[in-house]
Design a binder for this molecule. Structure first.
Ligand code: FES
Length: 361
């Protein structure tokens, strides 16, 4: 055996712990240098220095609180940029022209967070105990004695941090951390106003004619043949018309209709049949699952299929859901024929169209 082999074996672990790990090394060539002697800091031996450090920490936390108030004040007082650069914009060196509101919110929130962090770090560096302790390696599973020791250490750490004794720091830190979430709360305002009753109604009302989405002409019963699928919208939404409602996209998103015609004897639901005209039924085109436009019609079965998640509705049975995740039937619009012979709404939908929402009764 060579001397090199001897060296290797000499440095192998000689003992194996109860969980299989090495617990001791025989003849370790590197002596444990140990810890340098603890040197107390000025704040450990000078009560005035400690009080000064305490005030410094408190100042950081107070700065954080002031910045949080500034954040909220900025949000309330500063107008957002109007997008064309004439209002709500300031010039910041190296950043150029930026939104004054964004700058104020970012600056105050940054100072607020920094104040808490700086206060905590300064507290730890100047006033909390800085004595180092050696933690010996031990099996991963801690013994009851170790767990008891952990709790004892925790209590000792809490006592040494002065959390209970230094009430000024504790109270200002709690104040800073309690106020910080207020910044997030005011931002909830940006989620927009509640929809209130807007989702309950559509653009349809009594007498509004059904306009063919393809031709932009009023629909007559003779335009709709058995087995066909026709899309309709309220009048005044032709995007090529200069006088068209500029919000036509939003209106169509709630008011689009699909019209089918079937033999009256094929309609299973008597109320649904009475809301149609001579076998012509008008349903919302907006899927009641999550609002995709429906467009796939099986004329033999009178089923319409939503392409998004395959919800299937039976138009011969009041728009009932027969498959898929949609939670309720397709709303039906009651229609009639007006004096000009055109199809027209009797009234608005009697229930909200599209996906369910919490105000649905
Ligand atoms: Fe129609 Fe999901 S949106 S099934």
């Amino acid at each position: 055996m060579t001397s090199q082999d001897n060296m290797s074996e000499e440095h192998l672990p000689e003992a194996v712990g109860p969980h299989g790990g090495a617990v001791a090394v025989h003849d370790d060539p590197f002596a444990d240098p140990g810890l340098p002697p603890h040197e107390p800091r000025r704040t450990d031996i000078d009560e005035r220095a400690a009080a000064r450090a305490e005030r410094q920490v408190a100042r950081w936390f107070i700065l954080s609180m002031i910045a949080t108030v500034g954040f909220i004040a900025s949000y309330v007082a500063i107008k957002p940029s109007n997008g064309d650069g004439t209002t709500g914009v300031i010039y910041i060196f190296t950043l150029g022209h930026i939104s004054a509101l964004n700058f104020a919110l970012g600056t105050t929130l940054g100072i607020s967070l920094f104040g808490i962090g700086a206060g905590a770090v300064h507290w730890a560096r100047t006033l909390m105990s800085d004595e180092e302790h050696i933690a010996e390696r031990h099996p991963i599973e801690s013994t009851p004695e170790v767990r008891a020791q952990v709790f004892a250490d925790f209590r000792q750490g809490a006592a040494e941090s002065g959390f209970g004794r230094r009430k000024l720091i504790r109270n200002t830190m709690i104040g800073a951390m309690a106020m910080l979430p207020l910044s997030a709360i005011v931002l909830f305002r940006d989620l927009g106003p509640l929809p209130e009753k807007k989702l309950d109604t559509t653009d349809w009302s009594a007498g509004k004619q059904l306009i063919n989405m393809n031709t932009n002409e009023p629909l007559q019963p003779s335009d709709i043949t058995v087995g066909s699928l026709t899309f309709a919208m309220p009048p005044g939404l032709n995007p090529d018309d200069p006088n068209a409602d500029p919000t036509f996209q939003e209106v169509i998103a709630t008011s689009a209709l699909l019209l089918v015609r079937m033999e009256p004897s094929d309609i299973k639901d008597a109320k649904s049949a009475s809301w149609g005209y001579d076998g012509i039924l008008a349903f919302s085109k907006i899927c009641t699952h999550v609002g995709c436009p429906i467009s796939l019609y099986e004329q033999q079965t009178h089923h319409v299929l939503c392409p998004c998640h395959q919800s299937t509705f039976d138009l011969s049975d009041g728009g009932r859901v027969i498959f898929g995740p949609a939670g309720h039937p397709l709303p039906q619009l009651q229609i009639t024929v007006n004096a000009d012979g055109n199809l027209a709404a009797v009234r608005d939908f009697t229930q909200p169209v599209g996906p369910g929402f919490w105000e649905r009764s």
